[in-house]
Every structure is written in structure tokens, then in C-alpha cells.
Design a protein. Structure first.
Length: 135
């Protein structure tokens, strides 16, 4: 279904699968992807939040949650998800990530902290805040 972009069918299939085996991480991710592709980003975020609550050590889900939160402009949620990844251990953070990837994660977290300092609104006081808030 996903290869055909039949997102309604993907949502239905994943929902059924999760009702049988709620511990299957890839189904949660596919469900979130299908919901976002179906223009339901808030529902996709709720799915990823639930997965993160059930299995905080699922770093792939945390990464997906953070990236979706950024696309939605939910800066605080993105920061929370990135912090969970960083807390899991910098060497493991992105699947045995290099120090460059770990540095990128920390830089992203710092940028989000700056943006949150502006309240998450359009802030043109500095170039970085204007860029991060999409002004």
C-alpha cells in the first residue's frame, strides 16, 4: 500500500496490526508516515508521542517525532525528542552516530533553545531567530 501511496489503506492496515501487536515499532512509524502523507500531521504527532511514551528507548521513533515536530513548528516537542535521543547516549544517539552527527544533534538542540527563547513566534531580532522561525 505504501509503495502505491494508498495512505488510507496503510492507516487501516497499521491500525489493525497495532491492535494485534502494539509493540511493533516499524508499524508505529509507518502509521505516522501515512497520517502525515494524508495531511493529518497532528494525528501523526500523536502516534509518535504515544510510541515514545510506550518505548522511550526507540530512538528511530524519537528521531521521527523530532523531525515531524520541526516540520509542524512544534519547537518545544522537537527539543524534547532530541533531548531524549541525546540522553540515550551520544554514541548510540543516531544508531552509532559519528561525532559529526552527535554535534549536529547538539547544534539542532541549541538552535531550538534559541527559538524557544523567542516564544516560537516570528522573531526578526536576529538573523538566526528569523531563519528558525520561518519569517
Amino acid at each position: 500500500y505504501a509503495s502505491r501511496q494508498a495512505w488510507v489503506d496503510v492507516v487501516e492496515t497499521c491500525t489493525f496490526g497495532l491492535s494485534r501487536r502494539g509493540d511493533t515499532g516499524p508499524l508505529w512509524l509507518l502509521l505516522a508516515q501515512a497520517l502525515e502523507a494524508s495531511r493529518q500531521p497532528n494525528d501523526a504527532a500523536a502516534v509518535l508521542r504515544e510510541r515514545a511514551e510506550r518505548e522511550p528507548a526507540d530512538l528511530v521513533a524519537q528521531q521521527a517525532r523530532a523531525e515531524l515536530a520541526e516540520r509542524r513548528g512544534a519547537w518545544s516537542e522537537a527539543l524534547t525528542a532530541y533531548a531524549a535521543i541525546a540522553d540515550a547516549g551520544s554514541g548510540q544517539a543516531l544508531g552509532g552516530a559519528t561525532s559529526e552527527a552527535t554535534g549536529s544533534l547538539r547544534a539542532r538542540m541549541a538552535a531550538l533553545r534559541i527559538l524557544l527563547g523567542s516564544g516560537g513566534s516570528c522573531d526578526r531580532t536576529t538573523l538566526i531567530r528569523a531563519t528558525l522561525s520561518g519569517c
